[in-house]
Ligand binder design. Sequence first.
Ligand SMILES: *Cc1c(COP(=O)(O)O)cnc(C)c1O
Length: 462
Amino acid sequence: MKAKVAKKRSWAEPYKIKMVELLKMTTKEQRKKAIVEAGYNTFLLKSEDVYIDLLTDSGTNAMSDQQWAGLMLGDEAYAGSKNFYHLDDAVKKYYGYKYMIPTHQGRGAENILSKILIKQGDVIPGNMYFTTTRLHQELAGGNFVDVIIDEAHDSTNLHPFKGNIDLKKVEALIKKHGSKKIPYICVATTVNMAGGQPISMENLKALRKLTKAHGIKIILDMTRVAENAYFIKEREKGYENKSIAAIVKETCSYTDGATMSAKKDALVNIGGFLAINDKDVYEEASNMVVVYEGLHTYGGLAGRDMEAMAIGIGESVSDEHMNARIGQVLYLGEKLKEAGIPIVEPIGGHGIFIDAKRFLPHLKQDQFPAQVLAAEIFIDSGVRTMERGIVSAGRNSKGENYYPELELVRLTIPRRVYTQAHMDVIAESIENVYENRNKIKGLKMVYEPKYLRFFQAKFRKL
Ligand SMILES: *Cc1c(COP(=O)(O)O)cnc(C)c1O
């Protein structure tokens, strides 16, 4: 008799669809024309010409009927809107911070916090940089130092918590500069630039112990804190029976404040906030926000946006939501792995990152393998992805190109927007491009803007 094997049970979306947005189907000829016109840069395509849009997970979330109903409850008073108080309650209830100031999006909070906490010449350690976060730290006079574990820089290393902080690197910085020069450590959950890799609770607790001994604050970049909690539940001993909501709240409890881009985890299209436990910092921030964003009870947002955010925060920490959210990302990643496509592992929380160096080994990095691969995927199926390689890395102060270790194409999955059938179509398209990979030629850059060139650069086929 055959042994009975426990049947694997599938996850499914914990919602049904009430309204749909029709997608435009295009021909291969139309897509070829569109990508040539866009200079082989997916940022320069018209959204209308895109079939499945994986450019980013930022602000591309589908809101629930509750959130849409919330929009109609917008209290558009200039001061003291009731939606502000709903948002304040949600931040206290789900994240546990004492004070909250809304901002138009994450970088608004980063600007204010950096200006208040950083003095000229300060050192800000962080688990890998994020573009806007680092820029605001530098504009405030600080110097960012990467203290992520070395494993994070290797696309094939299977460490379960590649977002972890190397405490030895932090200790060395304290020894070198003194704790007075380190106002805070910036901790990201999950780490976007490492491919959506999580940090463990054990690592965060140890960091809390270390920073407490030296009087250094921890500021959480909590953009994807609920996605981080999912990985803790899946991979960290002692958390398997805890809820995502409980893990999120515990994560926040080891930190002194946070900046939030609600365009990711919190299931809205615009919004963010600064949260802080220190009353003095809060008072200074609530004064400064008036200069850059708006009064401290709206911070650049309409009342309706704050209401949608308050509801979205509650929905984002549900176990069912997170199982489906990351389940979908894993589903696509596993499909690509089965087909032999080289991707960054372990699979991260918000997208799949294809290793273009291994996909197109016949191209030199100067021929922009990730840029051309994103263009080829678009031509094949109308799926829009983006480059994270030599184009994104830009040039150093001497004007020389950076040659980053990782040359990636990012497939970022918007929350609650696409179905499993879309994931199948995406995987089949990439498999098709992979089968014909030997025929793909490189690119030549014909227009290079001075700042953040990946957004607007143009290319021609070699
Ligand atoms: C998006 C993002 C930010 C910045 O937030 P915006 O809302 O785009 O201003 C900061 N940190 C991380 C990790 C992000 O992904």
